[in-house]
Write a protein that binds this ligand. Sequence first.
Ligand SMILES: Cc1ncc(COP(=O)(O)O)c(C=O)c1O
Length: 400
Amino acid sequence: MSDTHDADMKQWGFETKAIHGSGGPDPQTGAVSQPIFQTSTFAFRSAEAGAGIFAGEEEGYVYTRIGNPTVRALEKTVTLLEGGEEGIAFASGMAATSAVILALCDAGQNLVLCEPVYGGTHSLAEAVLPRLGIEARMVDALDLEVVRDSIDENTSLIWIETPANPTLKIVDIAAIAEIAAERGVPMAVDNTFATPYYQRPLELGASIVIHSCTKYISGHGDVVAGIVVCDNETGEKIRHESLTDLGGCLGPMDAFLLIRGLKTLPVRMEQHSRNGALIADWLASHPKIERVDYPGREDHPQHEIAARQMSGYGGMVTFYIKGGRADGAKFLNNLKICTLAVSLGDADTLIEHPASMTHSTYSAEELVKFGITENLIRISVGLEHMDDIVADLEQALAAI
Ligand SMILES: Cc1ncc(COP(=O)(O)O)c(C=O)c1O
C-alpha cells in the first residue's frame, strides 16, 4: 500500500482533510460519496498480474482481509488527520491494540503500560500477554523517573492512553516520548478520547497512534472498529502480521460509515466540548457530587499538561457521587435521557459505572490503586440540548 498523500493535502485545514482526505470523487464513476466495495476478492487482469501483485511488484487489491478500496479510503483519511505515513484499519479498537503489541513485542520482552488504561487493554496485558511470554509493567506515567526506571534492554514498547479511561488522567506525551527516544523504544498512544481533532501524538514525538474508531470517529454508535497510524515500515509489519496472518480486518460497509462520520468530526467535537465543559461545571457545583474531573477545568490535577498538548477537551466527564455504590446505582437507574450503556463518543449521552462495567477486569486492589472508586461515574456527554441533559441529571440526583 504505497499510495501517499500529496503535499497539497498535508497543507489543508483539519476540516478539509476530514472531508476530502480519502482523495475526492471516485475516479471511475465520479461518485462523490465513497463507494462501498462490498467484495471479498478482486479479479486479476491476468495470471502474470496476479503473480506480480502477490510478489509485491505491482499495485493492486487481492482480498479484502489484506486490503479493500473503501477501507483504504478510511485509512488514508485518518493517516492524514494524525499526520502519519501509514494507517491500518481493524475490526475493533482491541484488534488495533493487540495488533500493535503483538507486532512489536516478542516472548521474553516487556511492555511498559502507563495506568490506568481501558479495561480491555488491561485484561490483554494481564491475562493474555503473560501466556505469550510478554511481561506488562504497569507504571504511573506522572512520575517520569518511574517510567525511565521501568525500561530495560528487553522493553520493546511503551503504551500510554491519554486522557485515560475512565479517570481522565492526563499523561505528558512529549515528556514520555523524549524518554522513549532516549532509550530507543517505540511509544504508542491510545488517542481515542481526544481524537486527532484535539490531540496529535505523532507531532509530539509518539511513534504510533491507535484509536477505537467505535467512539468519536464513528460518532453515531453504529460501528465497532479500530485503526493504527504510524510510519511506513512499522505499518508494513503490522499490516502483514496482523491482517494477513491474524485476520482482524474491517469490513467495507463499516469503513464507509466511519468515512461518513469523519466528515463531521470537527463540528461534533466542538459541540461535545461545549456540552462537556458545561456539564462538568454544573456537576461540580452540585451538592451531591464530591468531585468532578474534566481536563478542561483548572482544578483538574493535570490541567496544565492537557492545555499544552490538547486544543480542546471533548465530552468525557468523570464524577464522584457522594454516598456509596447503592446511591450511584439509584442515580443511574433513574436517568431517562442519558443512556445507561458502555462505549462513548456518540451523539447520544452515555453513562456508566466503570468499577462494575468497563473496568471490571481490574482486581479490587487495582481499582483502588488507580482511583477507579465505587462512586466514580463516567459520562460521555452527547449532542442533545444541554438543558435536557442537565434536567435529566438533576432529577436522577434528586432521587438519591
Ligand atoms: C480508550 C479505549 N481504547 C480502546 C478501546 C477498545 O475499543 P473497541 O471497543 O472498539 O475494541 C476502548 C473501548 O472502550 C477504549 O475506551
